[in-house]
Design a protein around this ligand. Structure first.
Ligand code: SF4
Length: 461
């Protein structure tokens, strides 16, 4: 058993029986569910919107090469610079070079999963650059020294009490149960950082091909400050984030916010099309967009599985997933958790080490039913399982067990010859560390149905 799988099983076991964790998640997801139900009421034909979004993203992903070049041409026309990064190392090297040129000592960052993916904060820290997360949830997990727990709400696993205790320990403020006080503390500390930082780093929710711009969605205004105050802005964006035209935001913005937080539309929606122009008063002097592949083209090369690139990272599939709700976001040990994380991580970060995630699912299909771009998530999990079998990545014992099972199933006589006592011995042995740990052991009946049928069925006259 691989180390990652071992760790995953151990952590799942611990988290699944951590009742306090379950209480917090149930509370926070409960609030989310109520908001989403409310938000859905603004749609007359939500299903039609999903159909359209699915069609549009599929078309875009199938023509990604064309749209990426269109984006680059349009973005560079206004003075923006595009950097193509094949993997995390390339992206970090380029960011490091910009930091050096700018003599940057500090960076303000707005929430971005692609920068989590390349471990940007660790890299900057190692290079002596202070990095401050400006999204409140990200700021909280950064203070706690943790990874984001959820792709939309990074501190979902923490209660108000947890955050207050964290702020007391790290920032020296008195304990409080006043949420507003906690927000004000963070805000006051962060405000200063915007004006000091030489570089601002963000992700983007969408890359817009026809105008050569990026669209950033947020609720706190911190992304606007992080991308416009510092003299240099770098956006790290996965290549799958493309949409063909600015008018498509009319469809995608409400879908993203309704599925993500239940809002009809998020509070701040910003489109950035390059550095400050001569006639403009604010904005950065330089703007870079790093187009990050980092395994996405592996997925693109799989015609049946590339549908996963349609994801707009709303987080809805995580909130309905019974596995995610029980084992929590950190157990996955990946940037992207929950159903979409289990689907894409093996392709982005290595199939052999991460294939187990595709098996951590009940295949109930709840994820598929809520996805705003209609990704057939539970089917993709099955395709990943098939791929791991096709590539011979299955555990030796499992292979052997299925070989015996297939032999038995194809030979009625053989199955009847083996006595129930021997079958039970095998069951007990095979399941002692898995099934039988928390359940009654499986037992074979003294006589199989086939044996009873042979004995009991009415004889033909
Ligand atoms: S797979 Fe669908 S539901 Fe899950 S995060 Fe992506 S867009 Fe949202």
């Amino acid at each position: 058993m691989g180390t990652k799988l071992k760790q995953f099983l151990q952590d799942s076991e611990t988290k699944a029986f951590d009742l306090e964790h379950r209480r917090k998640i149930r509370f926070n997801i409960g609030k989310y569910n109520a908001a989403v139900q409310n938000g859905m009421m603004a749609y007359q034909h939500h299903e039609l919107a999903r159909e359209r979004a699915s069609f549009l993203k599929t078309q875009t992903i199938n023509n990604l090469d064309k749209y990426l070049v269109e984006f680059e041409n349009n973005f560079t026309k206004r003075g923006g610079k595009v950097i193509w990064a094949q993997n995390a190392e390339e992206a970090l090297r380029e960011i490091g070079a910009i930091m050096k040129r700018k003599r940057a000592k500090s960076v303000v960052k707005s929430k971005s999963m692609s920068t989590e993916e390349i471990h940007l904060n660790d890299f900057l820290e190692k290079n002596g650059i202070e990095t401050v997360e400006t999204d409140l949830g990200e700021y909280i997990v950064q203070l706690a020294g943790q990874r984001p727990y959820h792709i939309v709400t990074p501190a979902m696993h923490m209660s108000k009490k947890d955050i207050s205790e964290l702020f007391t320990a790290k920032l020296g403020i008195p304990l409080t149960d006043d949420a507003q006080q906690l927000v004000l503390t963070a805000r006051n500390l962060l405000r200063e950082k915007y004006t000091q930082a030489e570089v601002g780093i963000s992700g983007a929710n969408f890359l817009i091909a026809d105008i050569g711009g990026i669209a950033v969605t947020e609720n706190e205004g911190n992304a606007r400050l992080s991308t416009t105050f510092p003299k240099t802005h770098i956006a790290v964006v996965g290549i799958e984030k493309l949409i063909p035209s600015m008018v498509d935001l009319d469809l995608f913005w409400p879908l993203l916010s309704t599925s993500g937080t239940g809002q009809n539309v998020t509070i701040y929606n910003t489109i950035l099309t390059g550095p400050r122009q001569p006639t403009e008063k604010d904005g950065p002097e330089e703007m870079y967009v790093i187009l990050l592949d980092n395994g996405r083209t592996n997925l693109l090369a799989q015609p049946e599985q590339r549908e996963a690139l349609n994801c707009i990272r709303c987080g809805a599939c995580l909130n309905v997933c019974p596995v995610y709700k029980n084992i929590g976001g950190h157990t996955y040990e990946t940037t992207y958790s929950g159903p979409i994380g289990s689907v894409i991580t093996p392709h982005l970060a290595g199939f052999e080490e991460n294939k187990h995630l595709s098996f951590a699912s009940s295949l109930c299909g709840a994820c598929t039913s809520v996805c705003p771009v209609k990704i057939n998530l539970h089917n993709l999990l099955l395709l990943n399982r098939k791929q791991s079998v096709d590539e011979g990545l299955v555990d030796k014992n499992e292979k052997l067990a299925f070989k015996f099972w297939a032999k038995g199933m194809q030979n009625r006589r053989l199955l009847n010859i083996v006595p129930a006592s021997l079958k039970n011995y095998v069951f007990r042995h095979v399941q002692k560390d898995s099934w039988s740990v928390r359940r009654e052991p499986l037992e074979a009946a003294p006589k199989s149905f086939n044996e009873m049928w042979r004995k009991e069925r009415p004889k033909k006259s």
